[in-house]
Design a protein around this ligand. Structure first.
Ligand code: GLN
Length: 200
């Protein structure tokens, strides 16, 4: 039906953007490393990877990325934030408070698993359109989602808490799906981008 692979951007300022690019390519998409706001014009969706949200914010600020990402979202294009990417997209960030784009109505607490559990792996189930699908979850100094607004759908939980959620075209996960060989979550995001793709 479509011989041109869908172009999905990965914000490549900091963090593990290369592994997201690999996962997108495994799903048959073309991954585009985005380093300047103008490069957003050429992609149908965007992944904001994990890393360190304070550093990421500084780099985003240097290039004036916030208004460009807001415009991208307002234009109906899907965005997926993992870990630090979720922190950037959340409505509210705690401990300590910091600027965020507010594109998904959740409150997150940074580094919220404490020292003993800074990094850990778990398996879980994601509730996707295709039904309940097993996923693997790698948490690295992960945030916790402390509040979920009424418009937000929880797609996966760990220990009874939301770890993956979606509000409209904004998808977030507290864990790192790109660190496993299971491409379920990236495939789900690619489908979301494919559905919204009209003019790109
Ligand atoms: N602890 C990081 C932060 O607060 C997020 C960690 C990650 O992205 N793996 O920004």
């Amino acid at each position: 039906m479509n011989s041109h692979p869908m172009r999905i951007g990965v914000l490549a300022l900091q963090g593990d953007f290369a592994l997201h690019a690999r996962a997108l390519e495994q799903c048959g998409c073309a991954a585009v490393q985005v380093r300047k706001p103008a490069e957003l014009e050429d992609v149908a969706g965007l992944i904001i990877p994990g890393g360190e949200s304070t550093t990421l914010l500084k780099l985003m600020d240097a290039w004036d990325f916030a208004p460009a990402i807001e415009k991208f979202h307002a234009g109906g294009k899907p965005i997926f934030g993992t870990c630090a990417g979720l922190i950037i997209l959340a409505r509210e960030v705690e401990s300590p408070r910091q600027f965020s784009l507010g594109l998904i109505d959740v409150t997150v607490e940074r580094n919220a698993y404490g020292r003993q559990r800074e990094s850990f792996e778990a398996s879980g189930v994601a509730r996707l359109e295709a039904g309940s699908t097993p996923i693997e979850m790698v948490f690295i100094r992960a945030p916790r989602i402390r509040r979920v607004g009424p418009g937000v759908e929880v797609l996966a939980e760990h220990g009874g808490e939301p770890v993956m959620a979606r509000q409209g075209r904004v998808l977030v996960a507290t864990f790192h799906p790109e660190l496993t060989d299971n491409t379920t979550v990236h495939r789900y995001f690619c489908d979301l981008v494919g559905r919204g793709r009209v003019a790109v």
